[in-house]
Design a protein around this ligand. Structure first.
Ligand SMILES: [Zn+2]
Length: 136
């Protein structure tokens, strides 16, 4: 179900709690909300729809994917960039990494590790920041 976008800086600055198997519905709501904003948004974290759980969705080269409890375990090739956010007005500068390794629970709650690079890696870094209460 599409959910309204949370814009409260106080709420968004709180770290999210670990997700469990019971949060599959959160991922579906995030995917539905991302689809509804596909013209302006390439990824979302659960706190952006008011749910303080470690769940993210992102566009992976044309396919929308969900991750639970994502952690970056390696990163390389830093660069400076500017990003916008559906929960914020305007753009802000930040440092990202071209290559990252992410450990996460997949939708079946199997722990996986996967490498990402470029634009997809940048989206994931932005959404993991949301899970940690960091807003660009
Ligand atoms: Zn954002």
């Amino acid at each position: 179900m599409r959910r309204p976008i949370m814009t409260s800086a106080a709420f968004l600055s709180q770290p999210s709690a670990p997700a469990t198997k019971n949060d599959a519905r959160v991922a579906q709501d995030l995917l539905d909300t991302l689809t509804a904003h596909a013209n302006e948004c390439v990824g979302m974290a659960a706190n952006m729809i008011g749910i303080s759980k470690q769940v993210i969705v992102f566009d992976d080269n044309g396919t929308a994917r969900a991750m639970f409890n994502p952690r970056i375990t390696a990163q390389s090739e830093p660069y400076e960039t500017r990003e916008g956010c559906l929960s914020l007005v305007g753009e802000r500068g930040t440092t990202r990494y071209r290559r990252i390794t992410v450990s996460f629970d997949d939708p079946a709650f199997r722990r996986r590790t996967e490498n990402f690079e470029g634009w997809t890696a940048q989206i994931i870094q932005h959404e993991i920041d949301h899970c940690n209460g960091i807003v660009i």
